[in-house]
Design a protein around this ligand. Structure first.
Ligand code: MN
Length: 128
């Protein structure tokens, strides 16, 4: 597994809403994960390639990119193809689960995210 130097999995949190980003960062850190956060698609791609996270939580509604295009881009690169991506979207009607899975996502959650459900699911994605 990449990323970890101290055994704690590294999660890349991609979310442009600062309030949600900060709340989820605290939630994940309190749950024993290391967290890198990105508020844009550009930063998300850079961190994905440079930091080798163990899991990416990807808000699909970003100001500078289409979320699913980001996922496809990650899945086309050998260095990032193996990182599981969980899509998080508030637009369930526009971006359905099937489209997320076809783009290469490992999972799909709709906003508002049930944090208990999220924390229960994360280990299953980390196990691959
Ligand atoms: Mn968003």
């Amino acid at each position: 597994m990449s990323g970890g130097t101290d055994g704690r999995p590294l999660i890349l949190l991609v979310e442009d809403n600062q309030t949600i980003r900060q709340a989820f960062t605290v939630l994940l850190e309190d749950s024993g994960y290391r967290v890198l956060a990105a508020g844009s698609g550009k930063k998300a791609l850079a961190l994905s390639r440079n930091a080798s996270p163990d899991l990416i939580l990807m808000d699909l509604g970003l100001p500078d990119a289409r979320g699913l295009d980001l996922v496809r881009s990650l899945k086309q690169k050998e260095s990032t193809v193996g990182i599981p991506v969980v899509a998080i979207t508030g637009r369930a009607l526009e971006t359905d689960e099937e489209a997320c899975l076809e783009a290469g996502c490992a999972g799909y959650l709709t906003k508002p995210v049930n944090t208990r459900q999220l924390l229960a699911l994360i280990p299953t994605y980390l196990e691959g």
